[in-house]
Design a protein. Sequence first.
Length: 256
Amino acid sequence: MQKFCPKAYFRRTETEVLCAVEQVDHCGLKNTTDYRHSLFTTHDMKPYVIGISGGSGSGKTSFIRQLRKQFTEQELCIISQDDYYLPREQQHKDPNEEYNFDLPRSFDKKKFRNDIRSLLSGETVTILEYSFNNPEAEPKILTFRPAPVIVIEGLFVLHFKKITPMLDLKIFINAKETLKVIRRILRDQEERGYPLSDVLYKYQHHVLPSFEKYILPYKEEADIVVNNNSDFNGGLEMLSGFLRDKIRSVSATPPR
């Protein structure tokens, strides 16, 4: 009997592949889910990588959540810079001895970069969710699996010089400054339990200066700017349609 090998089948449709895996198990795969995640990990295909950035309160998280709903985990993987914050004791303090979490140095850039590279190489990545120093939040174990489309999201994704070369598409989420302040207040009070005075102080002394220095300059370099003053539906629809075509073209490409 001829052995079945995923490398000969990874460009076929998911239905065809799963049927094949159910019939034979000569490649040591544990189950159909394992194989489904191995569809796009062979060396003759590189995942399509998207970087999404924008200022705090611009709506990046909401945009990402809606994008996530459009695709399965087998089609799209999202990895967030927020889960790579360094511990509080390693954070920089401003002149008033307040921790500043809005600097590029606030993150474990090396681990973030290495985990992205692992995903691009077809490896599964597992990390502990960052809880934003909220004592009432219980961190979850996050698992990121390889997919044909990988989205890298975060404040400084377009600023990190060793990550931008990995990106095939750069997206900037834009919003008016007044709206971003209001959204930041609502989010930090409701989701993270921060007092209003703390939120306003950090926005004035940390968030805004960092945005102007490390984030806004890359708006001009973005391939797509999504304006989110009222909603981002148009941008989301455009991106979702583009990615469906990307995924469809991969499935339709015959094996080499």
